[in-house]
Design a protein around this ligand. Sequence first.
Ligand code: PEP
Ligand code: MN
Length: 338
Amino acid sequence: MIIILKSGVADAEVDAVCRRITEMGYAPHVIRGEFKTVVAAVGEERGRPDLRLLEAMETVESVMPVQQPYKLASREVRPEPSEVRVNGVVVGGRAVVVMAGPCSVESEPQMREVAVAVKAAGARILRGGAYKPRTSPYAFQGLKEQGLQYLAEARKQTGLPVVTEVLETESVELVAEYADVLQIGARNVQNFTLLRRVGEMGKPVLLKRGMATSIQEFLLSAEYVLAAGNASVILCERGIRTFETTTRFTLDLNAVPVLKKLSHLPVVVDPSHGTGHWDLVAPMAKAAVACGADGLIIEVHPRPEEALSDGPQSLKPSKFAQLMRELAPVAEAVGRAL
Ligand code: PEP
Ligand code: MN
């Protein structure tokens, strides 16, 4: 249920409504919009008092059910788009935010070289995996904490905030010490314990859609993070599995306008994993911006032929810089900036 408060209610009155909701056995989440403050009351309704009773409070305008199974993630609860702040970078505002860097953190010089190059080209956030989810147990699994340290050094040198994947619940705290954004990978999109844990950390979360995750399941996964008290969730479309084999995955760009219709959360697109081929990254990146993506996450490696993971889909820094130049007019054409 959402409890819509009358215009101009004071903070103390919002607190009073929240207290009442808690007494009734639900969890209150305050959402402050431009014009109105609403409180989402979440929790199982069976066996609990009817929230419509709150309409008796003087500060409450109305109480309405939320139709969708995800509540805090839905547009019904928050009609305006959400902005997620990553240090000084705003994801979900007018500017399209580009995150770039290698698939895996491989060494200190590799990270430094790529960080300087993507920053010069206009990337706003640095990516790099220190914990890698690999299909084969014999493939490179990441440099782990050493990799996190290289990321932190690259951040110090360039000032770029860092997004990196957290693979297991046990390493959430350690990864959060270094990362500015915690990435939940496609394979973990329904790891509910991990989702709850990153929700408790309060750091921005980049949640990747699973390769076989429906939009509804994806938004329910986001709901786990939101319900744990973390409002800073960025959704990421990274390709789904279809019958098609010429590309690694099928980048589902439908997901961008669909997610933006159903949810207020910012949406970014990963054309690197979505295609699996470096030469398909630029056209799909442009298409993603054209259809309304709030950002992109792109794999860039100084020498893709030597990459320890995902070399075939990684752009060289020069190609990335060219893409950034070509993206600017696309962004402008849809009322955005880079
Ligand atoms: C990655 O970003 O390198 C990655 C492993 O992505 P995904 O979880 O989308 O496969
Ligand atoms: Mn990768």
